[in-house]
Ligand binder design. Sequence first.
Ligand SMILES: C[S@@+](CC[C@H](N)C(=O)[O-])C[C@H]1O[C@@H](n2cnc3c(N)ncnc32)[C@H](O)[C@@H]1O
Length: 259
Amino acid sequence: MSEDILYDQSHIGFLEDLWGEGFLSPGGQDEVARVLDGVDLTGAKVLDIGCGSGAIAVLMVRAYGAAHVTGIDVEDPVCAAARARATAAGLAGQITINKVTPGPFPYPDQSFDVVFSKDSIIHIPDKEALAAEVFRVLKSGGVFAASDWLRAHDGAPSPEMAHYIALEALDFAMASPARYRAALAAAGLADVALVDRSPWYAEVAAAELRELSGPRRAEWEARHGAEFIAHQIETWTAMVPVVQSGEHCPHHIRGRKPG
Ligand SMILES: C[S@@+](CC[C@H](N)C(=O)[O-])C[C@H]1O[C@@H](n2cnc3c(N)ncnc32)[C@H](O)[C@@H]1O
């Protein structure tokens, strides 16, 4: 059976055009810096869950001094892009990209000093199992530092939110801050903290919509195709109000394995 690729070349190309070379999520280096604020990566062994096309893995070695980053992802195109990026950066010895199947991580207990993730856990429906795996592979005293796209509550989405999620055509499995908090605490993580980033992303997403639909629309269409851009504009048009209302609420997430 052939694998359905969600982050295919056209998607990767569009998102990197919007969000920066090697980034498949918003905010670039500045937002990564905020996710990692106060986390010392010097000499650390890092796991990057959902590494995408790899700019953040390169950044964590180059700019933050991580000794080694293991990036995991579930699709071949992003893994290939991340490997190529690590090699081009001369960091193939310090960055390993593993294609994995969803589920338990293929690493022994206590393998990593830091588990990082940027806007990827949204694709993992079982937040409780994910939290247990994060706890298992962290060394004692290790840190979990992530960003993810959450939604305000775990009840039925509003019609506006359901419309937006359907337009994304990605395997979104959004959950509430309360569910993340409970999952991480139940797994054993201490100092669990969540920070709502929806005020920031509401502004950024509105600017993105203006960029795609404004005077430069023809340039976006020339690079990515008119039909593709029309679909993205429809998606962003649906997304901006649910981010502004806070029902779609990106968060930063922290926890620490005691010890
Ligand atoms: C929005 S992109 C973010 C990529 C990268 N973290 C970044 O910020 O540029 C989400 C990524 O999660 C990956 N993903 C989806 N399901 C996953 C899973 N079960 N485990 C790990 N990664 C997954 C996707 O293939 C995609 O590369």
